[in-house]
Ligand binder design. Structure first.
Ligand SMILES: [Zn+2]
Ligand SMILES: [Zn+2]
Length: 393
């Protein structure tokens, strides 16, 4: 078998062309047809079987390459959506290209040791979060590991991202003339207002990382009519899903109490889904960082804990997961969603760093394929540290 360096370098020109073409044609979430065509064509050419339209999402795909022997299943996660008006300023052109590079470079090891490698492409990370759908359908459940890396202003280990829930509270009352016969009405707006009051009382008793913010989307039509309908929407966030599960329930109880007190009937809807926190598998992450340094990165690579939320969180409670960060700009001051990062995501420096990470990820995947004790340790950590969320959500 050729060395990892040789295998990655043999496909590097092809992968770089892929990254460049996707960068040149930024597509918004759920419309990434060109990017998916490019990524799947490259994988098909290298012998991968492609499943399209996964979970009914036109731009979701799963590419698979299996060995003759059973073995671990390595998942490399691809993203490829761009930002409205900013192009690939989050560098997802490189996330997709890196996943394809890793998978193709791992093929020789799959032939030698057995097992399977998959590229799992999910649309719309920036908006609707395609991974949420795939996670709910169990499409990450049989992965031994899921790995991805995200462009950034420096190299960093996989850390955390916040969990977020979304709740819509609709109150249904009974209209009446506000002066003529108010006693005949049930005031839906009061349901909304009391919900806000109760949530404000709850704020004193939540952890400092937790956040709840809401707006009234409908508060009635005219001051002389008792509102028969009122609606508010809230985002509820916390560092961990374990905390958010209980916290979200308390927020719902505020609305339930308001409904009881006012007599206005309540309907609760989760209007934008639920993102789990990113729960990094440290055993897997430490190994990937070690290999990233061995292949030439000299930065300290401390873990990056972000206050943002991402659909990768939902993957991380389905299988052992890492979301590493890699330098594409050489400037830690340059954040994601900036012109600087957009330029870095199609630069010589960015590709050079991406290929270092690719070698490190292939090496880490080979460790999973060949070292049962390593895989057992990864799995043990996953089982122990995610059970509370997996059993209660
Ligand atoms: Zn982004
Ligand atoms: Zn991103």
């Amino acid at each position: 078998m050729k060395s990892i360096q040789e295998r990655v370098e043999a496909i590097a020109p092809e992968i770089r062309a892929l990254g460049h073409e996707i960068h040149e044609d930024p597509e918004l979430g759920m419309q990434e047809f060109h990017a998916v065509a490019l990524l799947t064509e490259a994988l098909e050419k290298h012998g991968f079987a492609i499943e399209r339209n996964v979970c009914g999402l036109e731009t979701a795909f799963i590419a698979s390459y299996k060995g003759a022997k059973e073995g671990p299943v390595i998942g490399f996660l691809a993203e490829y959506d761009a930002l409205n008006g900013l192009g690939h300023a989050c560098g997802h052109n490189l996330i997709g290209s890196l996943a394809v590079c890793n998978a193709i470079a791992l093929k020789d090891a799959i032939d030698e040791y057995g097992g399977e490698v998959r590229v799992i492409g999910a649309p719309a990370e920036e908006t609707l979060g395609g991974k949420v759908n795939l996670a709910a359908a169990g499409r990450y459940d049989d992965l031994s590991v899921a790995m991805m890396a995200h462009p950034f202003g420096r190299h960093a280990a996989s850390g955390s991202m916040n969990a977020i829930d979304s709740q819509r509270f609709e109150f249904f009352g009974k209209s009446a003339h506000a002066a003529g016969a108010p006693h005949e009405g049930i005031n839906a707006l009061n349901g909304v207002l009391k919900t806000f009051d109760l949530i404000d009382a709850l704020r004193q008793h939540i952890t400092p990382d937790a956040r709840v913010s809401g707006v009234i989307k409908d508060g009635g039509k005219a001051a002389n009519i008792v509102p028969d309908y009122a609606m508010a929407e809230f985002y509820i966030r916390a560092n961990t899903s374990a905390y958010l599960i209980g916290f979200s329930e308390k927020v719902k109880n505020c609305a339930r109490a308001a409904s009881l007190a006012t007599g206005a009937r309540l309907e609760i809807t989760n209007f934008e889904g639920w993102y789990d926190d990113l729960h990094t598998n440290v055993t897997l992450s430490d190994r990937a960082v070690q290999h990233t340094k061995e292949f030439g990165v000299t930065q300290d690579m401390e873990r990056y804990d972000s206050t943002a939320s991402s659909d990768i969180g939902n993957v991380s409670y389905r299988c052992p997961t890492i979301h590493q960060w890699f330098d594409v700009t050489g400037d830690p001051e340059i954040g994601i969603h900036t012109e600087g990062l957009r330029a870095g995501a199609d630069s010589d420096y960015g590709y050079e760093q991406m290929f270092i990470v690719s070698k490190a990820f292939v090496k880490t995947a080979e460790d999973v394929l060949t070292d049962p004790e390593f895989l057992t340790a990864i799995r043990k950590e996953f089982e122990e540290t995610t059970a509370d969320v997996r059993n209660n959500k």
